[in-house]
Design a protein around this ligand. Structure first.
Ligand SMILES: NC(=O)c1ccc[n+]([C@@H]2O[C@H](COP(=O)([O-])OP(=O)(O)OC[C@H]3O[C@@H](n4cnc5c(N)ncnc54)[C@H](OP(=O)(O)O)[C@@H]3O)[C@@H](O)[C@H]2O)c1
Length: 268
């Protein structure tokens, strides 16, 4: 059997597969994938010789952990076999801290990142953190290897990761909720449910695309569609009133960030 590749992916689920497909489009490198139940497309890549699937363990220069956080304790035993003194471990597991990664994997060279769901289609945003004094090569490896998920920011202070989780990690769910509640409100105004849902979906998709393309700030875009005394203004007066969206979001993000801090403590 060939030795394990220099880049090892542990967990080829939704996010892991998105990473892998991105890497395969980049510079040629030997890639190993550790995955107990590989999807057919991952098996096909192994049959084509583009990756090694579940090779015998040996030291890998970079190991990327893309399993569920609750699988980490069990997976770390197996993953350790691919980690040597010079290995860099990059985690996309929500809430697993740098110290926990180091302790379980037996290397100081660890990167912790927080992607979000649109990463599965390369449209996400990922923030990463690294130990103080991390090698520049480790930081650039993280930037390069996380790029298939979308935009990458970092390194940030690890203390910021709970806020990152609350904003961009959980954020897509807030936008899906927005589409849901807009559709419900349309139904309440007498629209058929199907039409209300289509209008809400397309409005969220279109507004996001416009924001992405224009480069203007969200505030400038909002002001541009708000004529004084008009219909949008009437709605925004309610949405932005005391107890409206600004206050609701402050409370919601605070609850998410607190929950993240609690979860990482429980994981100790
Ligand atoms: N999806 C998101 O939007 C999102 C956002 C932010 C962060 N993340 C983080 O990204 C990570 C991956 O999420 P995901 O949505 O890609 O999860 P997923 O689809 O469940 O992928 C995890 C994969 O790891 C496999 N696995 C289980 N045990 C393993 C082992 N011992 N060795 C190797 N692989 C093993 C799982 O196989 P089985 O299915 O057989 O268990 C599964 O295929 C999570 O830690 C999550 O916190 C995800």
């Amino acid at each position: 059997m060939k030795p394990a590749a220099s880049l090892t992916l542990v967990g080829a689920g939704r996010m892991g597969s998105a990473l892998l497909h991105g890497w395969l489009k980049g510079p040629e490198r030997e890639i190993s994938v550790i995955e107990p139940s590989p999807r057919p497309e991952i098996r096909a890549l192994a049959e084509e010789g583009r990756i090694q699937l579940n090779p015998a363990p040996s030291e890998s220069s970079i190991i990327v952990l893309a399993v569920k956080p609750q699988q980490f304790a069990a997976v770390s035993e197996q993953a350790k076999a691919f980690v040597g003194p010079k290995s860099v471990a990059i985690s996309i597991m929500a809430g697993v801290r740098l110290a926990q990664l180091s302790r379980r994997l037996g290397t100081e060279r660890v990167i912790r990142s927080m992607p979000n769901t649109p990463g599965a289609i390369g449209q996400g945003v990922t923030v990463f953190t690294a130990p103080e004094g991390a090698k520049r090569t480790d930081l650039s490896a993280a930037r390069e290897l996380l790029a298939p998920l979308g935009e990458v920011h970092g390194p940030v202070d690890e203390a910021m990761m709970s806020a990152v989780t609350a904003l961009s990690g959980s954020g897509p769910a807030y936008i899906f909720l927005l589409a849901e509640v807009m559709a419900e409100a349309g139904v309440a105004q007498g629209l058929p449910r199907d039409l209300a849902l289509s209008l809400a979906r397309r409005t969220v998709e279109g507004a996001a695309a416009l924001m992405g393309e224009s480069g203007d700030s969200p505030e400038a875009l909002r002001k541009a569609v708000t004529s004084p005394g008009g219909t949008t203004q009437a709605a925004l007066d309610i949405l932005m009133d005391t107890g409206g969206m600004p206050a609701l979001f402050r409370n919601a993000l605070s609850a998410a960030a607190n929950r993240d801090r609690q979860l990482s403590q429980e994981a100790d």
